[in-house]
Design a protein around this ligand. Structure first.
Ligand code: FUB
Length: 338
């Protein structure tokens, strides 16, 4: 185990919330932080970025992650503990490579790690692994979750105890190859004037290892109920789904990818539809933008990443800053600066 000290400060002016926060972890590269509060302690489930000679490409070939570490801290601003390797690609029977952004959930005494990886045919699927400890080590199922595909799983527990799996990512995340839950390797990205590809949601079965029903597309619309076109790429879904609930409403947030924002949309059901609201986090250093949102005590926090430590898009470092709501339930836009 190794630990890192965490210093944190913020400043704001009248026009926008601009935050400066240092990397939470600096002894290894970490990204895509999914944060959770389990038994009053903060756990972070990030990707573990590794140096690679693979050339950068729109398919994300340069993201060649091989394992996951889990981190914890007692409070925001407290010491961050690295609990070591929680799962290796090598130990996942069905996976070949690229352990991308994970998430975690707790149900009936067991912790579950959800993760995307390419299978032996090079197709992204979503796997699940379990442990009696939030820090692992996690033991992977022999096969990916039946009916799952693409990347960036987010598992959300609703107030009634039901769990939902949100997922999807276009370009390297391969969501463009899936229509009606069927794979078509030849399917292309949508044209600019076509309706954008939609993220997916499926309720999890009580065993947390299966889908209760087939994945459904999630509608994200403007205030008139119109779906966005591909060319509206400052609003349409790209990757990095996250779900949280605030004042009884469902907040679906995600990255717009090639326009580099984290944005959000609000709905009345975990299945949507969701109405676009605005930007949560403006572009950070590095191409990708990926986040999670949790409540700790009376405050809300945004976990995110940038490339402060390396200056390289595939070698990222996770960070955290406070998230604030306006009285009408909208979220104040954050702009991260070093
Ligand atoms: O970390 C690899 C990929 O980069 C993630 O799955 C995406 O969300 C992006 O952050």
């Amino acid at each position: 185990q190794s630990t890192a000290r965490f210093n944190w400060f913020t400043f704001a002016d009248d026009h926008q919330q601009t935050y400066t926060s240092p990397p939470l972890i600096s002894h290894i590269y970490t990204a895509d932080p999914s944060a959770h509060l389990f038994n009053g302690k903060i756990y972070i489930y990030p990707s573990h970025d590794t140096a690679t000679n693979t050339k950068e490409s729109d398919n994300g070939d340069h993201f060649q992650m091989e394992d996951y570490h889990v981190f914890s801290m007692d409070s925001i601003g407290g010491k961050v503990t690295d609990h070591g390797i929680a799962l290796r690609a090598h130990d996942v029977p069905w996976a070949s490579k690229q352990l991308w952004a994970p998430d975690a959930a707790f149900s009936k005494g067991t912790y579950y790690l959800y993760f995307p990886a390419k299978d032996k045919e090079g197709v992204f699927k979503i796997g699940v692994a379990s442990s009696k400890q939030p820090t692992g080590p996690f033991v992977a199922e022999k096969e990916p979750i039946a009916g799952s595909y693409s990347i960036d799983p987010c598992v959300f527990r609703d107030d009634d105890g039901s769990f939902y799996l949100y997922f999807g990512g276009i370009w390297g995340g391969q969501l463009q190859h899936w229509d009606n839950n069927r794979y078509d390797a030849t399917a292309a990205l949508r044209k600019k004037n076509e309706v954008a590809i939609l993220p997916r949601v499926a309720k999890l079965a009580p065993d947390m290892k299966n889908l209760e029903s087939a994945p459904l597309p999630i509608k994200i619309t403007d205030s008139t109920g119109r779906l966005y076109n591909e060319q509206e790429n400052d609003k349409r879904f790209f990757e990095a789904a996250w779900m949280h609930k605030y004042n009884g409403k469902y907040y679906f947030s995600y990255s717009t990818g090639d326009t580099h924002n984290i944005v959000y949309a609000i709905g009345d059901s975990p299945y949507g539809p969701f109405t676009y609201q605005g930007v949560i986090l403006k572009p950070v250093d590095g191409w990708t933008n990926h986040h999670s949102i949790i409540q700790i005590g009376h405050k809300w926090y945004l976990f995110y990443h940038d490339t402060q430590l390396s200056g390289k898009t595939h070698l990222r470092n996770v960070k955290v800053m406070e998230l604030k709501y306006n009285n009408d339930g909208t979220i104040q836009t954050l702009s991260a600066s070093r």
